[in-house]
Design a protein around this ligand. Structure first.
Ligand code: ARG
Ligand code: GLU
Length: 716
């Protein structure tokens, strides 16, 4: 009896976990609104998403392709994360005007700076087009026929949906292609930087605090969308005017308390919640550990060089941050999955699924083969996946190889030009000449990485799974990888700025000579091997897995009729809702859900790059000059955690209270909860939010840009 009960509760936690889910905003009425209201929401589904009336969705922006931002004034002012604006801030920074270090604030609209290639996209409408996409597709036709029919349908629908408008549109598959949705969007191209705090505030805590709670940084930056006189998107022009949005998000100064309703509205990038145990096994026991160990070696080498040399430190800062970011995430993910016993949970779920379909001949016929086939494909796929991991995280972790790889395009374009086929070469080579590659490159660091990575590769991949040319090259250097690396770097044009420049200057004349470059030779041998022996089968298996997953999700929906399903994140607009909540990271430890400026001061380490508190902030703190932004205890709130299901891409997303007022900006997840991309653990998964009162305090009191607050709708 006890066992049955246990099994039952385990199953229930597997299918209905509080706070889990990234929901489609246009389906709230059908799926979530009652539950949301039960949890405190005071808005109607229409107020959150509507096609005809203005709603919250009109103030949600996909920022720079991979992040989210929110509109907080009727003059197109948008708020996002510091790390989302980072490359724009860096773009405008010079040694003299170092906005990364000192921060940037436009004191009026004339000082706002246009940033090339920075886009802001707003969703106009979302439509279920499944039937239209699958029109003409039947069970009897071949896979490739089906692909070509759906592709043609998609193209047609996308075109029709925007005829006669300035909008853009795209269709994405959901639930592995069980459903298709159309997105009609408006993309603004004139986006200007308005303000950013110094890194000592925006990135306070740096890599040490990244993915961690408790948190003490103000990860925000401010931009403005500009439109033409008709309020439509336009290329940059001094004639453009601030965009007038359909909805402006009001900002609450009232704060929150534990268990208050919260909602995150944004563009989560990628999750994989419906995988089989075979996939989860591969990820947590093989792929994540491998990627983590390879990145660890690379980061260690970089770090040593960065500590020893200031120029290297600056050159590698952003590269290091991005490698370190997922290194730490994968580590958290595999630890979290293990601790939660994710594999057993998946296996148990599969057992329940099988038992349920076995009782029904029709379902058995349809789904009975799923697990044996998944097991079979994964048996092969995981070997290939390991090879692909080695390709991405080991071989192409060598900058010289990854850089040389790009040049194949240039050679091809040159040969096309010489044959009179097309001439894109002149334009492309001009771009190569402009490429700022060497700004972030240090040869001796790369040599160390190359040697370490090649050793890892030879150690980790069996000889029969390696490109023969690479092996014989190593043999020709007496199996001495160090010697071979030295030879490569001494004889290539891809690791010295001067050599690369002079190569680009007489590229046309001497192309055949440059094509014999030893680094290019090795890189192309690797590419050739992967293109013939790994990638085709890998992609074939991926398609097969996708087909099986498509069926598996369909089966889950049939078997667990009462469960509400949400599609995996795919960089489309979603809603997550949950509560302000604390958590217990380990036995005997409980984290409070909110932090204050006291904690920033406690973390201060003078002279430490990640933990320096700027003098002006310290002064405000000591004078307790917090203005109207304090919490109930008179302290300056900084960040909080809540149980919203989020992932990469949700950075910068607005976090709302029950009334649809802004209480913060999402910027991270807790380390113990990064497993939520694969399996959501309600006890451990938390999103991390910058308290909007700290944002306003920094703008107003620290930066003296309080004039911006006049544009905002503040709720006191
Ligand atoms: N972990 C956050 C996200 O996934 C922030 C990354 C940027 N910050 C950093 N310290 N590297 O993107
Ligand atoms: N920092 C992440 C981003 O850039 C959000 C954290 C997460 O993965 O949840 O989107």
């Amino acid at each position: 009896m006890k066992n049955i009960f246990l099994a039952f509760t385990l199953l229930i936690t597997l299918i209905v976990k509080a706070d889990e889910g990234m929901w489609l905003p246009q389906l709230l009425n059908a799926l979530n609104i009652n539950d949301m209201k039960k949890n405190g929401l005071k808005l109607s589904a229409e107020q959150i998403y509507s096609v005809n009336k203005s709603s919250l969705k009109d103030a949600i922006v996909q920022f720079a392709g991979g992040c989210t931002a929110e509109i907080i004034s009727d003059q197109g002012l948008i708020l996002t994360n510091h790390h989302c604006g980072y490359s724009a801030i860096a773009y405008h920074s010079t040694v003299e005007k170092d906005y990364l270090t000192k921060g940037f604030w436009a004191m009026n609209k004339n000082e706002e700076v246009y940033t090339p290639n920075l886009n802001a996209t707003i969703i106009q409408r979302i439509e279920d087009v499944t039937d239209r996409v699958l029109k003409g597709v039947s069970m009897t036709i071949t896979e490739s026929k089906r692909d070509s029919i759906t592709k043609a349908n998609i193209k047609q629908i996308e075109k029709e949906s925007i005829a006669g408008t300035h909008y853009e549109s795209f269709i994405r598959p959901f639930f592995y292609g069980n459903e298709y949705y159309l997105f009609v969007v408006e993309t603004f191209k004139d986006v200007r930087m308005v303000g950013a705090p110094p890194s000592s505030i925006g990135r306070f805590g740096g890599e040490t605090d990244n993915w961690m709670w408790p948190r003490h940084n103000a990860d925000f930056s401010v931009f403005r969308i500009y439109a033409n006189k008709d309020n439509k998107p336009a290329e940059y022009s001094s004639e453009n005017v601030p965009y007038k949005p359909k909805h402006v998000i009001p900002i609450s100064l009232k704060g929150y308390k534990k268990d208050d309703f919260t909602m995150v509205y944004g563009f989560p990038g990628r999750t994989q919640e419906y995988l089989s145990s075979y996939a989860v096994d591969m990820i947590m026991n093989e792929s994540d550990p491998l990627k983590v160990s390879l990145r660890e070696k690379r980061l260690k080498i970089m770090n040593q060089d960065m500590l020893q040399n200031d120029a290297v430190r600056i050159a590698y800062a952003s590269k290091y941050a991005s490698i370190a970011n997922y290194y730490k995430k994968w580590m958290g993910e595999m630890n979290g999955l293990k601790k939660y016993d994710a594999l057993t949970k998946k296996q148990f779920f599969e057992q329940q699924f099988s038992e349920s379909i076995n009782g029904n001949p029709i379902k058995k016929e349809k789904y009975g083969h799923l697990f044996s086939e998944l097991q079979k494909v994964y048996g092969e796929y995981k070997i290939l996946n390991k090879q692909v991991d080695y390709y991405n995280e080991c071989l192409m972790a060598i900058d010289a190889f990854a850089y040389a790889r790009n040049y194949n395009t240039l050679f091809n374009e040159l040969y096309k030009k010489q044959k009179g086929l097309s001439n894109t070469f002149d334009k492309t080579i001009a771009e190569y000449k402009k490429m700022g590659y060497y700004k972030n490159y240090n040869k001796s660091t790369d040599i160390k990485i190359c040697e370490a990575m090649l050793n890892e590769y030879v150690k980790g991949v069996q000889a029969n799974n390696r490109p023969y040319v690479l092996d014989s090259f190593i043999v020709s250097h007496n199996n001495d990888v160090k010697k071979m690396t030295e030879f490569l770097y001494a004889n290539t044009n891809f690791v010295d700025r001067d050599k690369t420049e002079s190569m680009l200057n007489d590229f046309e004349k001497n192309a055949s000579l440059y094509e014999k470059d030893p680094v290019l030779y090795i890189t192309n041998a690797i590419l050739k091997y992967y293109n013939t022996s790994v990638f085709p089968q890998f992609q074939y298996d991926e398609r097969e897995i996708n087909e099986l997953q498509k069926l598996y999700v369909q089966g889950q929906k049939e078997v667990f009729k009462n469960k509400k399903f949400y599609p995996d994140a795919n960089s489309t607009l979603r809603i997550a809702y949950g509560k302000v909540n604390n958590y217990k990271p380990k036995d005997g430890v409980e984290y409070h859900y909110a932090t204050t400026l006291d904690g920033t001061m406690e973390k201060e380490v003078e002279g430490h790059e990640e933990f320096t508190v700027p003098a002006r902030l310290k002064e405000l703190y000591l004078k307790k000059d917090f203005g109207r932004y304090t919490d109930k205890n008179g302290k300056m709130p900084v960040a909080f955690t809540a149980s919203n299901h989020t992932t990469g891409g949700n950075s910068g997303s607005p976090v709302f209270n029950a009334k649809g007022q802004l209480i913060g900006t999402n910027f991270d997840r807790n380390w113990e909860g990064t497993m939520s991309d694969i399996m959501y653990n309600p006890n451990q998964c938390r999103n991390i939010v910058l308290d909007v009162r700290y944002t306003l305090f920094i703008i107003d009191k620290f930066a003296g840009a309080g004039y911006l607050l006049n544009e905002m709708k503040l709720i006191k």
